[in-house]
Design a protein around this ligand. Sequence first.
Ligand code: UD1
Length: 340
Amino acid sequence: MAKVWLTGGTGYIGSHTFVDLLESGYEVFSTDNFSNSSPHVLENIRKISGKEPINYEVDLCDRDALELIIRQEGQIDAVIHFAAYKAVGESVQEPLKYFDNNLNSLLNVLRMCKKYHIPHLVYSSSCTVYGNPEQLPVDENTPMAPATSPYGLTKQMGEDMIIHSLQATRIGAVLLRYFNPAGAHESGYIGEDPRNAALNLVPVITETAIGKREKMTVFGSDYPTRDGTCVRDYIHVMDLARAHTQALEYARQHLPPPGYDVFNLGVENGVTVLEAIQAFERASGQKLNYQLGPRRPGDVVAIYADATKAKKILGWTPQRDILNIMNTAWQWEKKRSIEQ
Ligand code: UD1
């Protein structure tokens, strides 16, 4: 049985991937210091998968502590590196915190790959590397644009660090560029559970509907789009989780180290903010209290994926749409609000 190391295995995308890997028969352990998650997630992964999830509470920037764990784990077949800070606005306020955490943790992961001969790496990248694209949809050959935030820069630099160290680390790396992850596990046991106030659209919608916020603001209604609001490609977190397992299988079977490949992960469908709100209202049967407001600085006007490559090469097919995203996000919000 192949052994997989997840960094950030109790975070939003990490926890859903944890479940998918356990259900696919992998032996999995995670390293997560719960900086933006909670130990309860482990209990819930166990409830869904029926297996005991292993997590070491360690900061990836603590190289010595990390090395003890990796040495103890013995032969590791692959690492999926999720752990990172991801709040765009915060990264503008505190750029050094983002450089320090996101780059040093990746550096230590690469050091472990090199020293302990971990042959495969799957890396969480983002469509943010494309900036404000001139042509839609964007495929993997779309040139990278200058980063618009320190967060985005850490994703671009992360990709470059991996690519430029391939000969030294001798890994086969799969870089996954996520579009907008949203939704929750169908069981309602895991979902997005940010420690601080949510900033992303779907949790802002569900928090408004449940009454944690009085109302929400649509950021900008004068964009050159069909209804004046920004267009995004919302991808269900369960479909995203599946893509990681498939990327891992692809790396192990078809990507001999050293080498790398890049994949966009999105549903190839652009949805405006107002359409997302309508989808929520349909899925929940509830009206949302929102107002139109000014643009949010730094927002990209419109972006959605051409994911042909992931479909063809990874054999990946996203199964869920925006209604399913809203439905599962809403079930999750209701459940977590009762438990809090
Ligand atoms: C951005 C990045 C993404 C990154 C994510 C992390 C881009 C293209 N995407 O996503 O790579 O992983 O941040 O947080 O750079 N909105 C509202 N009201 C709200 C919240 C959001 O109208 O209260 C709108 C935004 O203006 C945007 C859309 O909803 O048009 C989605 O916003 P959000 O969920 O924050 O994600 P992105 O900014 O697209």
